[in-house]
Design a protein around this ligand. Structure first.
Ligand SMILES: Nc1nc2c(c(=O)[nH]1)N[C@H]1C(S)=C(S)[C@@H](COP(=O)(O)O)O[C@H]1N2
Ligand SMILES: [Mo]
Length: 199
């Protein structure tokens, strides 16, 4: 253990263990979108789990709001190298949705308004490690950041956290999503620097 007398040094030491290789810490919350921000009225919004289930199951906005929400604080790592510490969210654990939709599938392709997709092993969406969030920093999620609701999978690079999420397509076989088809890593573990195909 290092002898630390000044808070600044102490904090830097603590933070650097939370910053994956090749990342820098920012206080900003940059917006990174591959296309225009879609605006879906809440009465037309639903979250659907389909494929690999007996029949698709959908939650309306009202039903989604009625599900138990968790408040949690996590660090976010973007493949463009920014890391933002202590981001406070509120949302519904993916466990809540997946417990209601038994499946043999091993993979999910998340799909969003606007056509964005990203693939994630179903195991990574279970165990309290992934959420559909509708609040950031105590306020409804900004449309630019994926509002009304986005996927949040903080243990993977941020491109896996699909904004404007509308559901999951469950599958037996993995299928690359939008950025994965354009050369990003299929899995995207920030601690292993899995940025691009072949990393
Ligand atoms: N639907 C959708 N989700 C998306 C994206 C996108 O273009 N469309 N970009 C991804 C990428 S590359 C990143 S880094 C984060 C950025 O989220 P932010 O704009 O809230 O910072 O969203 C991810 N989710
Ligand atoms: Mo990104």
């Amino acid at each position: 253990m290092m002898a630390v007398t000044r808070g600044f040094v102490g904090r830097r030491t603590a933070d650097s263990s939370r910053v994956p290789p090749g990342q820098y810490v920012t206080r900003d919350f940059p917006v990174l979108s591959a296309g225009p921000t879609p605006y879906t009225p809440l009465d037309a919004w639903d979250f659907t789990i389909r494929g690999g289930v007996d029949r698709p199951v959908s939650w309306s906005w009202t039903e989604f709001q009625a599900l138990p929400h968790e408040k949690f604080t996590v660090d976010i790592h973007c493949v463009t190298k920014w890391t933002k510490l202590d981001m406070a969210w509120s949302g519904v654990s993916l466990d809540t949705f997946l417990d209601a939709t038994p499946t043999q599938a091993a993979y999910a392709l998340a799909f969003s308004d606007g056509g964005y997709t990203t693939n994630i092993p179903l195991a990574d969406l279970r165990g309290g490690r992934a959420w559909v969030v509708d609040e950031y920093d105590g306020r409804p999620l900004d449309p630019e950041h994926g509002g009304p609701a986005r996927l949040l999978v903080p243990h993977l690079y941020f491109w896996k956290s699909a904004k404007w999420i509308r559901g999951l397509d469950l599958r037996a076989a993995d299928q690359p999503g939008f950025w994965e088809m354009f050369g990003y890593h299929n899995y995207g573990d920030p601690w292993k620097e899995q940025r691009y195909y072949g990393d």
